[in-house]
Design a protein around this ligand. Structure first.
Ligand SMILES: CCCCCCCCCCCCC/C=C/[C@@H](O)[C@H](COP(=O)(O)O)NC(=O)CCCCC
Ligand code: ADP
Ligand code: CA
Length: 500
């Protein structure tokens, strides 16, 4: 049996339409005069979270009965209001291996057509084309969802456009980090055609265009946390996956110069930055997610219908409602300043992982137990250590071993965090540092263009879902379930899959 929610479409068969003769064969083998036949297209699960569109043809002697089946199935599909009918599609022709248009035309458009989904397709002509179109021009009321064909950078453009539009339409000041943002109503579908495709992989379990298209067709819905990133009172960006300073920021900056290489640029820059072994000094402060269930070192994973996300999401909205009723100025984080904790030090990497960040390079991800929609991010601090130890840590991204079980790595589940590089710290903080270290060193800000001195550069950049941030001192706040994807989270393997 197949649940109606996983039917793609139903099609009436005409004998002459069957090139392979299969419908004729059914007629012949049954040895009777079949009036008609119809084909049901449905989701079939394959290995490693992949979905395929399978079909089965039913032949029927009674033409009226056949018609009744077809119309009943169509009625059932039409009553399912979560299935999209009209989609706005943006394709980035320059992402990944530059095959996005081909992937869409070959693998996705035919499936949308079979499912009766209408589309308005825009192939982007320059960076931020999709973002700006969504901000100012797109007639969003006409659509049931937005689809992006590209990588994490392209997805980032879409969420920036949609979140901006939703807040501006409702008079919300984006530059104020304390503002409670309004959730976006349109769901977003991701057809992976980028270099890392981490957001797709971590929300679906695979980076396969057909699987993603089927999740869109059946109208899946997966809420997702979004981090806002500010510098003082200036809005910088949103992030849903990785916010990485140090190693991942340096890999991204270096790899942008090698974009012509395609996805392989990350491997080359990864090796280069590993050998370069820069560390950075600064202060990290964070607000622990005290009242949330789950920890970054749980064995349990965020999976389809996750109970942790449901519980934490409901709890946060209840608290927000209570604050509103009490007449508080802002629902904010409902935590007092005294809860903030501060860590000063020298770090090889500072990573905020709002989801596992699983991708083909790292199937478990940077924080395997992170949740998609629990209102928290996992703050991972990798302190200065030897190259050998850092390699041990990196290798654990690709193995089953606990990547946090190392004495130079710590992880905290947080609602907010701030980072200030040492050269931006206030005089009193710097003095405190000097007293703590017991040395009277003059802090020198040595630039990365001056390698001969052998000193570490003063600052790195932030890798924000694959985009470089120009500011180093940032204030990050998680907004629980701000957007929704056409996805359902990673499914537990089914019995059938295990046998396959
Ligand atoms: C010696 C063995 C080292 C193995 C380390 C493997 C670690 C891989 C972790 C990857 C985490 C990826 C987090 C996602 C980042 C993406 O948003 C970003 C942009 O993606 P896209 O727009 O699709 O290009 N990708 C990266 O920043 C690449 C990081 C690669 C690091 C090696
Ligand atoms: N038509 C275009 N020309 C150049 N850059 C574009 C275009 N459309 C989108 N971009 C930009 O390309 C960058 C990379 O896109 P993405 O789809 O994430 O590919 P990749 O995964 O290879 O990085 C993003 O910063 C995005 O804003
Ligand atoms: Ca989260």
């Amino acid at each position: 049996s197949v649940p109606v929610s996983e039917l793609v479409a139903v099609r009436e068969e005409e004998e002459e339409n069957r090139d392979d003769g299969s419908w004729k064969k059914i007629k012949e083998s049954e040895g009777q005069d079949c009036g008609q036949a119809f084909t049901v297209l449905y989701v079939e699960r394959c290995q490693r979270h992949r979905w395929r569109c399978a079909e089965v043809t039913f032949a029927c002697a009674d033409e009226a009965l056949c018609q009744l089946w077809v119309s009943s199935i169509r009625e059932q599909l039409a009553t399912n209001t979560s299935r999209p009918e009209h989609l706005l599609v943006y394709i980035n022709p320059c992402g990944g291996k530059r095959k996005a248009e081909h992937i869409y035309e070959l693998k996705v458009a035919p499936l949308f057509a079979r499912a009766g989904i209408r589309t308005h397709v825009i192939v982007t002509e320059y960076a931020n084309h999709a973002r700006d179109h969504l901000k100012t021009e797109a007639e969003l009321k006409k659509f049931d969802g937005v689809v992006c064909v590209g990588g994490d950078g392209m997805f980032s453009e879409i969420i920036h456009g949609l979140i901006w539009r939703t807040q501006i339409d409702n008079g919300i000041d984006l530059n104020c980090p304390e503002e409670t943002l309004l959730p976006c109503s349109l769901r977003i579908g991701i057809i992976p055609a980028g270099s890392t495709d981490c957001i797709c992989f971590a929300t679906v379990g695979t980076n396969d265009p057909v699987t993603s298209a089927l999740h869109i067709i059946v109208g899946d819905s997966q809420p997702l946390d979004v981090c806002s990133v500010h510098h003082n009172s200036l809005f910088l960006r949103y992030s849903v996956s990785l916010l990485g300073y140090g190693f991942y920021g340096d890999v991204l900056t270096d790899s942008e110069r090698k974009r012509w290489m395609g996805p392989a640029r990350y491997d080359l820059s990864g090796v280069k930055m590993f050998l370069t072994h820069h560390y950075y000094e600064g202060t990290v402060s964070y607000l622990p997610a005290r009242d949330a269930i789950g920890t970054p070192r749980d064995a349990a994973r965020c999976r389809s219908g996750c109970a942790v996300c449901k519980h934490n999401g409901e709890k946060l909205s209840e608290t927000a409602e209570r604050y509103k009723m009490d007449g508080a100025l802002d629902s904010g984080d409902h935590e007092s300043d005294s809860e903030w904790r501060t860590i000063r030090g020298k770090f090889l990497a500072i990573n905020g992982a709002s989801m596992s960040c699983a991708c083909p390079r790292s199937p478990k991800g940077l924080s395997p137990a992170a949740h998609l929609a629990d209102g928290t991010t996992d703050l991972i601090l990798v302190r200065k250590c030897s190259r050998f130890d850092f390699l041990r840590h990196l290798l654990r991204h690709t193995s089953k071993d606990d990547q946090f079980d190392l004495n130079f790595v710590e992880v905290h589940r947080v609602r907010r965090f701030r980072f200030t590089p040492r050269h931006c710290q206030s005089d009193s903080d710097l003095e405190l540092d000097l007293r703590e270290s017991g040395k009277r060193q003059i802090f020198s800000q040595i630039c990365r263009d001056h390698p001969a001195c052998g000193c570490t550069p003063a600052y790195s950049s932030w890798n924000c879902d694959g985009e470089i941030l120009t500011h180093t001192a940032i204030d990050v706040r998680v907004h629980c379930q701000l957007i929704k994807l056409f996805a359902r989270g990673i499914e537990e393997p089914t019995v059938f899959e295990d046998l396959a």
